[in-house]
Design a protein around this ligand. Structure first.
Ligand code: ZN
Length: 299
């Protein structure tokens, strides 16, 4: 499933191709036809993402709300000579409608999305109101997520995937950020310290921002890249260099232990049993201590 950085890139691409331009809106496949007719010929003001949701704003405070789901794609083509006939099940097609414009013609095709509907500002606000803070949005407030995490008995691996707690983080970022902070995915949210949460948030802001720039998910530190370690680059459809994601039974890049996997919150979670030891809470009233960490500081 696309994670938040993919949606942000998509919003950026749509803005570059369409913002401020008049667009023809159609639904070659038919499922968005009635809505498309209402906004056909409007000016497209801009696109924005929040977590895994995309909003394309057309004048008159109308928004095309898209959620790609597991298999959806929204392919943006800018500056083409000619717009080809739609191929496959194109739910929504946008085409610039300004013949002779020096920027050329742009078009975009949406396929396979679980959601594509036309909404007004009230509905948009309602959708945004249900989402937790998105690390890719500069106006996001990480304390909103902390309030939920610090009161929850649910595991941090579950909480990180819950879009009401945190928006935009998917299965790759959750596994990787927990590894980077040596936190076991099944550790209950209410046993985390605020300093750990702040470090996780800061890391997500940086990692996901890098994902927007590069278009792939790279989470290994400079000393663990294939070049630095003299190991082969990762071969995976998802691209990017990672510590544990989809590396089941392979050696941990830090300690050599076999990476483990289990289902958590409906998706596979991956972790290193040595670097991310099981958290055992101590007696009520005593302070929590990081297990498996050498050195007596803070113990
Ligand atoms: Zn390890």
């Amino acid at each position: 499933m696309p994670e938040g950085h993919t949606l942000r890139r998509l919003a950026d691409d749509l803005n570059a191709a369409f913002a401020g331009r008049t667009v023809r809106v159609s639904s070659p496949q038919g499922r968005f036809e009635a809505d498309a007719e209402q906004v056909d010929g409007s000016r497209l003001l801009g696109a924005d993402s929040a977590g895994k949701h995309l909003f394309v704003e057309l004048d008159g405070e109308r928004f095309v709300h898209v959620h790609l789901g597991l298999i959806g794609s929204f392919d943006v083509h800018a500056g083409v000579e000619e717009v080809p006939d739609p191929v496959g099940q194109v739910r929504l097609r946008l085409v610039t409608a300004e013949p002779g414009d020096p920027r050329g013609t742009s078009y975009a095709d949406l396929r396979g999305a679980i959601l594509c509907d036309l909404v007004g500002p009230a509905r948009r606000a309602e959708i945004l109101g249900r989402l937790g803070p998105d690390p890719l949005r500069p106006d996001a407030d990480p304390d909103l997520a902390w309030r939920r995490i610090s009161r929850s008995h649910r595991s941090i691996g579950d909480l990180l995937m819950d879009q009401k707690v945190l928006a935009g983080v998917g299965n790759v970022y959750r596994a990787e950020v927990l590894f980077r902070h040596r936190i076991h995915p099944r550790r209950p949210g209410n046993t985390l310290r605020i300093s750990q949460w702040r470090a996780i948030w800061a890391d997500l802001v940086e990692l996901m921002g890098e994902g927007v720039r590069s278009g792939r998910i790279d989470t290994v530190r400079p000393e663990h890249t294939p070049e630095a370690m003299g190991r082969p680059a990762r071969q995976d459809d998802h691209g990017g260099e990672v510590y544990v994601y989809r590396r089941t039974s392979m050696p941990c890049l830090l300690c050599g232990s076999a990476v483990r996997t289990a289902v958590l919150a409906g998706r596979n979670i991956f972790w290193c049993p040595h670097c991310q030891p099981t958290f055992r809470s101590r007696a009520v009233g005593s302070s929590h201590r990081e297990p498996g960490r050498s050195g007596g500081a803070g113990a």
